[in-house]
Design a protein around this ligand. Sequence first.
Ligand SMILES: [Zn+2]
Length: 433
Amino acid sequence: MTKIYICVVSSQFMRYNEGVQEKPKMRQIYIQQPMHTGLETLKKSLQETGNAPLDMRGKHNNRPRKLTEDVKNKAMEHIRSHTCGNCDEFKAKLKGLEVDLKSVSNSEEKVVIEKKIKDLETENKVHKIKAETFYRKKRESRIHCQSSLKREAIAMDYQKNLSMPNITTNDTYYKRQLTFNTLNIHVLDSSDSFFYCYDETIAKKGAEEVCSFLHHYIFTKLNANVRELVIFCDSCGGQNKNYCMFRFINYVVHTAERLDVIKMVYPIRGHSYLECDKNMALINQKAPCETTDDWRKVVSESRLKPTPFRVIDVDRPLVRSWTKFLAPKYKKTCPFLSRPIREIRVEITHPRLIFYRDSYIGHWTSSAMLDAKRRVNTSSGEDFPNSGEFTLPDQAYKDILPISKAKFLDIQSLSKYCGLTAKQFFSNFKYNN
Ligand SMILES: [Zn+2]
């Protein structure tokens, strides 16, 4: 127990060693357990320095060392292992032209090369401005959401694959390991972060999975007051930017009637830093992990503030076959080219249409997703017996997904370095012949 005295006259805290008699005009405080964080700080400071902590109130308003958003984005881009192809090409071309410029003596040729360099620089500048616009939009969206309960913005991305068993034994370098997948949904204004975690025997990494997790997030985690959702995610064709996803967002707005507006924003390739990358950097990828439960524990303990990461244990029933379910309700093929698209929007006021544009500020174009005769929301149809009710697609994978035989054998041989739980876990896998 620490004895602390407070001087009634000067309100100063003093510390006395055990056995010192209590002074007049001093009030004794006993601290047995922390009652308040302020008291904790005081106790710590007294133990370390013998003085009360320095009062910092009013001294950090300017925050001169605070990084600007642009600097943060640029720094975080380095976390991504791949660099932008467009920017790399620009650098290589520029280097070549500069060498040419030094070697020529003819002034006419010099002018031609200088013109080429100037054009190249302008082109790259435009490309970088586009990339900046994505980050600006994300920032504005976050601030916009803070002002209303009806709006929410999220960033969504698959994290880098982790492997199991993640052990230090040399053998792991030469052997195939089991993949542990995580899809991160990060709420931009509150910084809450959800991790959908599973191994490769539960599900794959495709459009079905992304739609299923997004469905789970929207219907169980998203605040019930929210009517507008903005999703920032990278332009991966197999996961986020495909016809299944477009049909899915139409379904959420017009059939399930859960939201009024859904917008998806895709970044310029190579400049696609999302908050999810920052979250990944917090996870210790070298942590010793033998089973999925070990990885889940590592993820959930990776962040404390503002809230710990929330891990969602993905089981087979969570993953539904959305492609098969949505196909008969919509046009067979996507009515537009998805590759150049930067933004997609679905609104409650236009049940048949999907809006899209190939820039962040240009005009919106629309296409019909449903045939003229078919309406997506038929309250008398067999799919939707009552208004407001909706059916879920079938489970995508009924049984454990098989891995390759070579991988199975590698994992079995690695399991000799693992504990009993891991051994049992690995022995349950199936493999393709
Ligand atoms: Zn670039």
